[in-house]
Write a protein that binds this ligand. Structure first.
Ligand code: G3I
Length: 461
């Protein structure tokens, strides 16, 4: 493409814990008799970045390639970090309909199944695009092409109906540069400007629940191209053409830096009455400079109410479409880069011992929180309490769960609750040798709340 580089092991439980667990059984109906989750077939952890974003009412995803899912480090990094996936190539026209009306969904299905088994959402990418088109499409005459386009949209969206949160219905239909013109493509050249509207209208008839997005690059700031897209979206909204969102790919490097008006540009689109999503984020560079650019992007999204999520275009630098620019959050060995820390911090997820994945303590002990499972309406958290350089005989950790969320079960610890703050103290497991650890866990019924629990510092006794 011509692009300007742009929680387990419970052995004892106190009476309160059993009472809370009974409540949980009544309300959620998903806890096993042991009081530990048995969530087979239900959603599990969305991952650290995904959870931090969810606490801000947003998703945080990654583009995924089916052929890497068998690599343990790839899959474990994906599962531990992300809450949404986009098939990088597997849902494109050439992948799913290489021969006319003969559909092959196996690679994309592998990604969707993996995501569903891990409680991740799926973004659909993409239905109508001039690139990665199989050879049979371009020669079709207008009437036939229209029919092929509508059939493609219908078959693919029907196959994935109910499984996709947002679809890139049309991708990259505008030219680069100052003309604001539509890009030449078989669709544009034979069907005219109306092909975009027709694609959206067809998509809505197939899946009324998926968000229908227009997606493009070099539209991240205000410029001739984004102005042209803006006018199209404005026109669609005025005429009732079904469009729900605009995707900003956000491929950045030194030639195409994060625009200073990125947030303003997102906001002007949102003000038209559509959601905005950052759909293919990657930023070439390294170290603190790259981290600072990632922070800008995440902060811009968080500042725009209708910015509903961010997807980074890959999990690890080594499989990036421009790996030489090391544009992602994990290096080739799956180490977290400074950009990762910056994104997690911007999402409010690092918190110095507060939020998911954080660690904190008075030196005598530390508390490290992880979310271990998630389901519709609740989740389980686990806190690992670790003794410092000296042994301890007791510990306490405050956990704040914001209303309307409610803790419905605690195990391997004794809770005392005041308002939203639950202080969990040791039960049978207070004595820890130097460097030894134990865990306690809790179940939260979210009741519509989305914020992550804040796990405070461990104090030893
Ligand atoms: O799978 C074949 C492999 O069998 C073969 O040996 C190899 C030889 O080149 O090609 C492999 O396919 C490549 C495929 O990526 C998987 O790696 C294609 O050649 C290559 O063209 C394809 O590139 C993809 C590109 O879209 C195509 O335009 C990138 O992975 C993908 O990241 C990129 O994604 C696009 C978005 O869809 C739209 N926005 C821009 C973005 C970045 O270009």
């Amino acid at each position: 493409m011509a692009q300007n580089p742009p929680v387990g092991g419970r052995t004892r439980r106190r009476p309160q814990a059993r009472a809370r667990c009974a409540l949980s059984l009544l309300t959620a109906g998903v806890l096993a008799a042991a009081g530990v989750v048995a969530l087979a077939g239900t959603a599990q952890a969305a991952g650290a970045l995904g959870d931090a974003a969810a606490a801000k009412g947003r998703y945080f995803g990654a583009a995924v390639a089916a052929n890497h899912l068998g690599e343990a480090a790839y899959a474990s990094t994906l599962d531990a970090q992300f809450g949404s996936v986009t098939p990088e190539n597997e849902m494109k026209w050439d992948a799913v309909e290489s021969s006319r009306n003969s559909f092959s969904f196996s690679a994309a299905d592998r990604i969707v199944s993996h995501a569903q088994s891990k409680g991740m959402k799926v973004r659909g990418h993409t239905l109508v695009w001039h690139s990665q088109l199989p050879g049979w499409v371009s020669p079709l005459a207008a009437t036939d092409l229209r029919s092929a386009m509508n059939n493609h949209i219908t078959q693919v969206m029907t196959h994935y109906k109910g499984k996709i949160h947002s679809w890139d219905v049309v991708n990259e239909a505008f030219q680069d540069g100052g003309s604001g013109a539509r890009r030449s493509s078989p669709f544009q050249d034979k069907l005219g400007n109306g092909f975009i509207e027709e694609a959206f209208r067809t998509a809505r008839t197939v899946d009324a629940d998926a968000k229908l997005c227009y997606n493009d690059y070099n539209t991240d700031g205000q410029n001739a191209k984004s102005n042209a897209v803006y006018e199209m979206v404005k026109d669609f909204k005025q005429r009732g053409v079904p469009i729900d969102c605009v995707g900003f790919q956000s491929h950045f490097n030194s030639n195409s830096p994060v625009p200073s008006d990125f947030q303003a540009n997102l906001q002007r689109f949102a003000d038209l009455g559509v959601d905005v999503q950052i759909t293919e984020l990657d930023i070439e560079g390294s170290g603190s400079a790259q981290a600072a650019n990632y922070t800008k992007v995440v902060n811009a999204c968080l500042a725009v109410t209708r910015c509903t999520g961010i997807t980074v275009w890959g999990v690890t630098d080594k499989y990036s479409w421009r790996s030489g620019g090391t544009p992602l959050l994990f290096d080739g060995d799956y180490n977290k880069k400074p950009a990762y820390d910056a994104v997690l911090a911007a999402l409010g997820g690092s918190g110095g011992g507060g939020d998911d994945g954080g660690e904190g303590g008075d030196g005598a002990c530390t508390a490290t929180y992880t979310r271990t499972s998630t389901w519709n309406g609740g989740y389980n958290g686990q806190v690992t309490v670790k003794a410092g350089g000296s042994g301890i005989t007791g510990w306490a950790v405050p956990v704040t769960v914001a209303s309307p969320q409610k803790v419905s079960a605690v195990w391997n610890g004794t809770p005392t609750t005041t308002g939203d703050v639950m202080t969990v103290r040791h039960s049978w497991n207070g004595t820890l040798a130097a460097g030894a650890s134990t865990t306690f866990g809790f179940t939260v019924q979210t009741n519509g709340g989305t914020s992550a629990p804040v796990v405070g510092a461990c104090t030893a006794s």
